[in-house]
Design a protein around this ligand. Structure first.
Ligand code: PHE
Length: 393
């Protein structure tokens, strides 16, 4: 039996491939991809992420988390007796590429569901395609509210930015007792623009003042003009709701300019590269995130142990969210009456109290998850747990 299986698998896959190529009426927008395909012996899922480019660790860490979950589910016999197969594409951190690879996953690879992206702008680009084809997509980590607002096929397993902005504001105002904060954000990223607004709203509602708002565009190298303006307003802190490459460079340049203020960030800082780029300029800075590796919940400790054994490093939040998104998808697949888009989406939508690494996940009516956030502090070049902020009731 063991020997026969691979042969049968190959035969069926080959057949599927032929009939697809021969039929001009393949899956298109609105049709249920794969619903008419002959019964396959594996379940194909897709992943798109930035494996290269200035957000490369986002894609790489997420991929590591997904692979660990995949290995585990297949070692345990797969989903409903079928092995799960993963097809991954690098979108290079580019919106257009994200759209292209999601189209490829659906029309060529015929995946039943998609995991990705990390960056909200890329989830927006890929998500529109997935929605159009009726294929469920779960973003592990995109926090901009617009992502799941695309439609009924698009889900996420993380909290959203109105909450994250509140978390950073509350921590800055109540724990650090700051009243004057400057903001420097990436005008090219939906995540950064949204989180900036959410932070400002929450911080000013708490009685804080935003001394000045400055912007940059991802890829910029020189931030001295913005930082000089910011320095002139003497803030106690600078909020940088961007990704790690620029956050690292900005912190470095701020220090060189003699801007003495505490750097604050959101989950976009979550990369081992942050400290590599910024060195000691990032010491003492705080950022909000989805999990802390020191959390004593058994789900966290078990995951950290397995991840370290496989990859030799402490998993970041993205790895944890990738792992959670994949496992939540497998759970929904087991419960779904079929793997057709509508059935699978309905099963994902009905997820309740799923015990994930990054918290207990229930998918709400907006296809989001409500979970606590943590605040981490950079100490000795590493993020260290500082506080937990519970969701607003
Ligand atoms: N939340 C970010 C976004 O939406 C992505 C991110 C999540 C980055 C978690 C790092 C860690 O763009």
């Amino acid at each position: 039996m063991k020997l026969l299986l691979p042969v049968i698998t190959l035969g069926l896959l080959a057949l599927t491939g032929c009939s697809d190529k021969g039929s001009p009426a393949g899956a298109g927008p609105g049709s249920q991809a794969a619903s008419k395909a002959p019964e396959a012996t594996t379940i194909k899922i897709g992943e798109f992420g930035s494996m290269t480019g200035s957000e490369a660790t986002f894609g790489q860490s997420t991929h590591n988390g997904i692979l660990l979950a995949l290995e585990e589910v297949n070692a345990a016999g797969g989903v409903n007796g079928k092995k799960v197969e993963l097809k991954s594409y690098d979108d290079q951190g580019k919106s257009q590429e994200a759209g292209t690879v999601v189209t490829r996953l659906i029309t060529e690879d015929k995946v039943v569901a998609i995991l990705g992206e990390v960056a909200s702008s890329l989830s927006l680009a890929g998500g529109r395609v997935a929605q159009q084809y009726g294929i469920p997509m779960i973003s592990p980590s995109s926090t901009n509210p617009q992502v799941t607002a695309i439609g009924d096929m698009i889900f996420r397993v993380c909290f959203i930015d109105p909450y994250q902005g509140y978390v950073v504001a509350k921590f800055a105002r109540e724990n650090l007792k700051f009243s004057k904060v400057a903001v420097l954000y990436d005008q090219g990223q939906a995540y950064s623009k949204g989180l900036k607004d959410d932070f400002i709203k929450a911080f000013t509602e708490m009685g804080g003042t935003v001394t000045v708002e400055q912007s940059y565009t991802g890829g910029d190298q020189d931030f001295s003009a913005q930082l000089t303006t910011i320095k002139g307003t003497s803030p106690e802190a600078v909020f940088l709701p961007g990704y790690y490459t620029e956050a690292g460079n900005i912190s470095l340049q701020a220090k060189k300019l003699g801007l003495i203020a505490t750097m604050l960030g959101g989950d976009g800082w979550d990369s081992s590269k942050l400290a590599e780029i910024a060195g000691d300029a990032i010491e003492g800075a705080y950022y909000s995130n989805h999990y802390a590796a020191e959390d004593t919940r058994p789900e966290v400790q078990e995951f950290v142990k397995k991840y370290q054994a496989k990859y030799g490093s402490v998993p970041d939040g993205l790895a944890a969210l990738g792992y959670d998104a994949a496992r939540l998808l497998f759970d929904a697949m087991r419960r779904a009456p079929s793997l057709a888009g509508k059935d699978l989406a309905a099963a994902i939508a009905s997820t309740k109290d799923f015990p994930a690494v990054t918290g207990v996940i229930s998918i709400d009516a907006e296809r989001n998850a409500t979970k606590p956030a943590v605040v981490l502090q950079m100490k000795g070049g590493k993020p260290v747990y500082a506080a937990t902020v519970e969701p607003r009731k």
